[in-house]
Design a protein around this ligand. Structure first.
Ligand code: SF4
Length: 684
């Protein structure tokens, strides 16, 4: 119900859904969040909010929230006290560590949790458990960005800021359904278009943006490298490149130049299915623009060629000098509210906080000293390697915080077998997710409304979240749970009264966060790198030089996806997201308003294919791949081309990741969620 306005407390905070990082005010009455209102001083979104931010808060008070720790006994969960849960976890983990060693333990951190919590989990894994095995779901989204942009530029993040998009003259959107996944950034695109900017969209599907675009490059899924090499080929051929920039700011140009020689538009048309003339037009428009920006997401990264896709994009921007200046750059839009921050905080197996490599003994010594512990100096396992390791019997116990691999990861049946083969699984979450159901112990964390901390949005802006209500039931903020576990394991260096003290420790050990402290984050947040207390933050990266010094061109070749259609599995399945839902739906599927609008999922199939298979709109079909099958209703639409079908992974009723492929990129080890071969049968 609505209270009188003078009884309502407004607490400014940051949206818990996507990486745009909108700010808003939680409206609180009697320890309940009763609404969300805009806060015009928000740096990213001003007054605007999308449907998830505005109406997606029901989950906070959902009756399905976990309210007490759970221990599984004879297959049934029993509520227990925190002490009992902590003691049990510590006893079992210590036992396993003593028997099999620290390397048998693995931690999955969370892009939903705060920076402070991710920092603590990285410290908990490395200093308390002594294991290098820590990773999180960035492995499934932008691992290829982190790897690719680090190689080309020296840092793997959005090079420019959200508000610069409005002033671009040319926007190239690749593999991003921006209006549905980053609604506030799509408003920036619209602003630019109003001012006369040109828009090119490379996407296998017709999406809302393709309706606004001057050019739609409707590529076959998995052919990005060919497309980008084709654009570069035209720009070189027609002498439209920025020789000055290439000469002064980059290296390894000739290797790249040689590699793209064969990618003439006709050759590329054969691979991508995009008209050669269209490729020429887009190449010219990009190269001739004064300020051209590239925005991309999972359509680029979730491929066996993910890192190469990113390297190709990095090549294109350098070739035209479209980087290091306003409204240009290479802009990976990060998906989760704090996936940028989870990477920044070292929830990755190869780096400490601030991307300080584990492989460098000086860093191992630095963190070992700061944490007063022996810290492993080797690179740990990625998400996929942990799952395989569990099946192979090397990984015996996992601590999974705020992630739901049982719906989000490829080949779910494989994931389930792996998690079931663990000797001990701890899951920390706010709901009894598909993954939590498999746990031996479930620790109930709190939502963003019940704790203080920071999230880092896609443009590297570190922003506050603020405690608006007391923790629900007998739950605890995740940072407190991690600290208590550490203490019970006998570790003495993890005591904090408030998350601001954790941030102070982060700043001391992480140069890119060196100048960040809570008192400086009150109004507009700060964009890293922010080296010291006087540093104003960095809206644009690589201005006078690249993070690595010179930008590096890479020669990249097109390789087809791991699975291509054949007689048995004649269709390509590509997966994505819907505006109304968020990832595995643990939050949005509990919002009544949202469910009323989009409560069922569909498989999009072209009318030509539907006709051949005798499928009508809304018929139920069975979708098979080499890994398994699911049933789902068909949506007959020309949004997809013949030969391609599409759906999202939000719905537990249609768990599409039962059929997706675990084949991964050799460098980033990101699975190819965007392409697999499938067969479709009508269920009569
Ligand atoms: Fe939240 Fe993203 Fe929507 Fe902004 S655009 S309100 S951050 S979900």
């Amino acid at each position: 119900g609505q209270g009188r306005s003078w009884e309502i407390k407004k607490v400014r905070t940051t949206c818990p859904y996507c990486g745009c990082g909108c700010n808003f005010d939680l409206n609180v009455k009697d320890n309940r969040v009763i609404g969300v209102t805009s806060n015009p001083s928000s740096p990213v979104n001003g007054r605007h909010l999308c449907v998830k931010g505005r109406f997606g808060y029901d989950f906070i008070h959902s009756p399905e929230r976990l309210t007490a720790p759970l221990i599984k006994e004879n297959g049934e969960f029993k509520e227990v006290s925190w002490d009992k849960a902590f003691n049990y976890v510590v006893e079992r983990i210590s036992e396993i560590r003593n028997r099999y060693g620290s390397d048998s333990l693995a931690v999955l951190s969370s892009a939903r949790c705060t920076n402070e919590e991710n920092y603590l989990l990285n410290k908990f894994a490395r200093a308390v458990l002594g294991t290098p095995n820590i990773d999180h779901c960035a492995r499934l989204c932008h691992a290829s960005t982190v790897a690719g942009l680090a190689l080309a530029y020296g840092s793997g993040a959005m090079t420019n800021s959200i508000r610069e998009v409005r002033d671009a003259d040319f926007i190239l959107v690749i593999g991003s359904n921006t209006t549905e996944t980053h609604p506030i950034i799509s408003l920036e695109i619209r602003k630019a278009l109003k001012k006369g900017a040109k828009l090119a969209v490379a996407d296998p599907r017709k999406i809302e943006l393709t309706g606004l675009a001057d050019f739609h490059l409707q590529i076959r899924p998995g052919t990005n490298v060919a497309l980008i090499n084709g654009l570069i080929n035209v720009i070189l051929e027609e002498d439209l490149w920025d020789k000055e920039f290439v000469k002064n700011r980059t290296e390894n140009f000739s290797a790249m130049q040689k590699a793209v020689l064969k990618y003439n538009p006709e050759y590329v048309a054969g691979i991508t299915g995009v008209d050669a003339e269209l490729i020429r037009q887009v190449a010219r428009a990009y190269a001739r623009a004064e300020k051209a920006t590239i925005l991309y997401t999972m359509g680029v990264t979730q491929h066996t060629s993910g890192t190469n896709n990113v390297l190709a994009i990095a090549n294109l921007a350098m070739l035209c000098g479209q980087i290091g200046k306003p409204s240009s750059g290479v802009n990976p839009l990060r998906g989760q509210n704090n996936v940028q921050g989870a990477c920044d905080m070292g929830a990755l197996p190869n780096v400490f906080p601030g991307y300080q490599p584990v492989a460098d003994p000086a860093n191992v010594q630095k963190f070992g000293q700061a944490w007063n512990a022996e810290v492993p100096g080797k690179i740990g396992l990625t998400v996929g390697e942990m799952i395989d390791g569990a099946l192979a019997g090397h990984i015996k116990s996992m601590y999974i915080v705020g992630e739901n691999p049982m719906l989000s990861d490829p080949d779910i049946q494989h994931v389930q077998k792996a998690l079931e083969s663990l000797e001990f699984l701890v899951v920390q979450d706010i709901f009894l997710t598909e993954t939590a159901k498999l746990a031996d112990v479930v620790l109930p964390g709190t939502s963003f409304a019940e704790k203080d901390g920071t999230f880092t949005n896609t443009e590297r802006r570190v922003q506050r979240i603020r405690k608006a209500i007391k923790p629900i039931g007998n739950t605890k903020p995740d940072w407190q749970i991690i600290c208590s576990l550490a203490e019970k394991m006998g570790y003495r260096q993890m005591k904090y009264f408030h998350p601001s003290e954790i941030m102070d420790e982060i700043a001391r050990l992480t140069p890119i966060y060196g100048g960040i402290s809570y008192d400086r984050l009150e109004e507009q947040g700060l964009q890293w790198p922010c080296g010291d207390k006087k540093h104003p933050g960095t809206p644009i990266l690589h201005k006078d030089k690249f993070t690595r010094g010179l930008g590096k061109f890479h020669a990249v070749e097109y390789h087809p996806p791991a699975e291509t259609p054949d007689n048995e599995f004649p269709f390509i399945l590509t997966t994505g997201r819907r505006l109304y839902h968020y990832h595995t739906g643990t939050m949005t599927r509990k919002a009544k308003g949202i469910e009323a609008i989009y409560g069922n999922e569909f498989l999009e199939i072209n009318p030509y294919d539907a006709d051949k298979l005798g499928i009508n709109d809304r018929d139920t079909v069975r979708l098979f791949s080499r890994r398994g099958s699911i049933t789902i209703k068909a949506c007959v639409t020309d949004r997809v081309n013949p030969g391609t079908v599409f759906t999202s992974f939000h719905f537990t009723e249609n768990p599409i990741n039962i059929v997706t492929n675990t084949a991964w990129d050799p460098i980033a080890k990101i699975p190819e969620l965007k392409v697999c071969a499938v067969r479709i049968e009508k269920i009569s």
